[in-house]
Ligand binder design. Structure first.
Ligand code: FBP
Length: 566
């Protein structure tokens, strides 16, 4: 790989170990090697560049409502960064730029910050980059650290968000917007980069609108982050972290597959992270070829009940048993139960009850459930009942990471198999092993793809701020091509928005990108799953590689979506 022409050692500024908790001298050899790994960058970012504006933008839905919510930003064009013939000019007016990490960890976040920092150091003089600590709360409370080469160095190409940490707070009330304004004024901020998912980027756009309406100079740029892979569209083809997380899970699934085949006695039920969409589960299936994969979006489209899902799994287990296989691997998306219409209804009723009152120990609260939901609730294992009643996240969602769907399915499949055994329809052996692969994938060493993608996203975000842009999300495209040919720009955040009616008011939202059942990744999976069910076509991809023939391989989902061969 060609080193970055930007900085002498290829985009990495050497420095002393950070005083923040990371000490590069105690890193593993691989971690050390990654620290100084020369990142290739898109050719356009290595030279003098200029901004080219596209046509006026609209919205993903309800443009008239989006215009009312974002009167100053609505309609602004998306932009491209293109090479400029002018000699590279350094701006001698130092900028003051803040950066914040929002929501769940995703491998590569540190590289976004490095990209922002390196752009500022390389293209401007006397700039300051503030890292807001602990997520959006850091902005509201004006808690920050001034980033320096020494501070950043131990985090280069490393997983985690611990450089400045993250948080799930939202800037939503008038008081909170005022606090953000006070911070922007106090630090004399020229710009702010919000690294987050769909909610955080919606929030970034609201902040951009607020600052502009208040005539503040602070510009706001978003960056697409989430391992869940559900923040994407044509202009923003991927959220960072998905590539690394899926490869980590795929390695673990592959290991479990070999274990299953070796012992011949376990069915491994593997639940995978991904709060709403099933992209991670689908990608892991494409990488490893499990016997059964449940895709939440398909379950919802077919209006399946819990009984249907149980029967689907049990039927395959019975057929495999006739073939002499009393083992297998089953992938389950974390958000599965939220896709089952009857459970969705139950959860909606529970949300109402929890929002308005206390769940009494005597169980009187259950009287408030509709009869069908009551029957379903009582039918669920006690542990799942308790998990469904746990506290909601700050956005009001059920914390699906805490619901052990894999254990619930094991117990339901056991019951169904026992029944079939009595009926003489099953004579095999069944032992279920449950797994949840979630947090394990969120902070691994970012793949070559995520490392470079994140660095480019950060670099672009800084360039957009430097050119006075606001209300855009950093977008890096043409990702199936070699990195040098990646295109870079900023997409108008309002162009990605629609509205939802909540509590009688229109709220702007960037719609989550769910698995499309007519999309290439799902179609590819659906064309092979019957074969994977009965014949063992397991693939154990092994650990992430940083050198060698597969080091730069990009995940199947992205390639298939881009129309390239996976
Ligand atoms: P983001 O959407 O904020 O990136 O978080 C995604 C995720 O990792 C989900 O996959 C998971 O359900 C959730 O975060 C877990 O949240 P928490 O870290 O709060 O337990």
């Amino acid at each position: 790989m060609a080193p970055s022409p930007l900085l002498e050692n290829g985009g990495v500024i050497p420095g002393k170990p950070s005083a923040t908790g990371r000490f590069a001298e105690v890193y593993s050899d691989l971690q050390k090697h990654r620290l100084d790994f020369p990142l290739p960058i898109p050719a356009v970012l290595s030279k003098s560049l200029q901004i080219v504006e596209g046509p006026a933008s609209s919205a993903a839905g309800h443009p008239e409502e989006i215009q009312k919510l974002f009167p100053t930003l609505f309609g602004q064009p998306s932009v491209k960064l293109v090479p400029s013939d002018a000699p590279a000019v350094r701006s001698d007016l130092g900028l003051k730029v803040g950066v914040v990490l929002s929501g769940g960890q995703a491998p590569g976040g540190h590289n976004v910050i490095s990209g922002i920092f390196d752009y500022m150091m390389d293209r401007t003089t006397g700039s300051t980059v503030y890292g807001f600590k602990g997520g959006p709360a850091g902005i509201m409370r004006c808690k920050y650290v001034v980033l320096t080469p020494e501070y950043i160095y131990p985090y280069r190409n490393q997983g985690g968000f611990d450089m400045i940490r993250s948080g799930r707070d939202k800037i939503e009330t008038p008081e909170q917007f005022k606090q953000a304004e006070e911070t922007a004024i106090k630090l004399d901020l020229d710009g702010l980069v919000v690294i987050g998912g769909d909610d955080s980027n919606t929030n970034a756009c609201l902040l951009a609108e607020y600052f502009r309406a208040k005539n503040l100079k602070t510009k706001v740029i978003g960056c697409p982050k989430t391992i869940d892979g559900d923040l994407k569209c044509k202009e923003v083809p991927a959220s960072f972290g998905f590539d690394t997380a899926c490869k980590i899970y795929a390695e673990m699934i592959g290991n479990v597959m070999v274990d299953a085949r070796s012992t011949g006695k376990y069915y491994h039920f593997v639940r995978l992270m991904g709060r709403a969409a099933s992209h991670i589960t689908l990608e892991c299936a494409l990488q490893t070829h499990p016997n059964i994969t449940l895709i939440g979006e398909e379950v919802a489209a077919k209006q399946l009940t819990l009984k249907n899902v149980t029967d689907y799994i049990t039927d395959i287990i019975c057929k495999r048993s006739e073939l002499g296989y009393n083992y297998g691997v089953i992938l389950i998306p974390e958000g599965l139960i939220d896709f089952i219409p009857e459970v969705q209804k139950l959860i909606a009723e529970l949300n109402e009850i929890l929002a308005h009152g206390v769940v009494d120990e005597g169980g009187l609260w259950k009287e408030k459930l509709q009869p069908q939901s009551r029957t379903l609730f009582d039918f669920l294992p006690i542990a799942i009942q308790e998990q469904l009643l746990l506290e909601r996240d700050p956005h009001g969602n059920v914390q699906v990471a805490k619901i052990e769907t894999e254990k619930m399915l094991i117990s339901m499949v056991e019951t169904e198999l026992a029944k079939r055994r009595v009926e003489g329809k099953y004579a095999g052996q069944f032992k279920g092993q449950s797994h949840f692969f979630g947090y394990e994938g969120r902070c691994g060493l970012p793949t070559n793809f995520d490392s470079s993608y994140c660095y480019a996203l950060g670099f672009a975000a800084a360039a957009l701020l430097h050119h006075g842009k606001t209300g855009l999300i950093s977008s890096v495209c043409n990702l199936a091509a070699p990195i040098a040919e990646w295109t870079v720009g900023g997409t108008a955040l309002t162009a990605l928005m629609d509205v939802e009616r909540r509590h009688g008011k229109f709220k702007p939202v960037i719609k989550k990108a769910m698995v499309e059942l007519d999309g290439a990744p799902f179609r590819s999976f659906a064309s092979m799953r019957d074969e994977w069910a009965l014949k063992n076509r397991y693939i154990s991809p092994g650990p992430i590689q940083f050198h060698g023939p597969v080091a730069d391989a990009v995940n199947h989902t992205l390639l298939l979506e881009l129309g390239a061969e996976a």
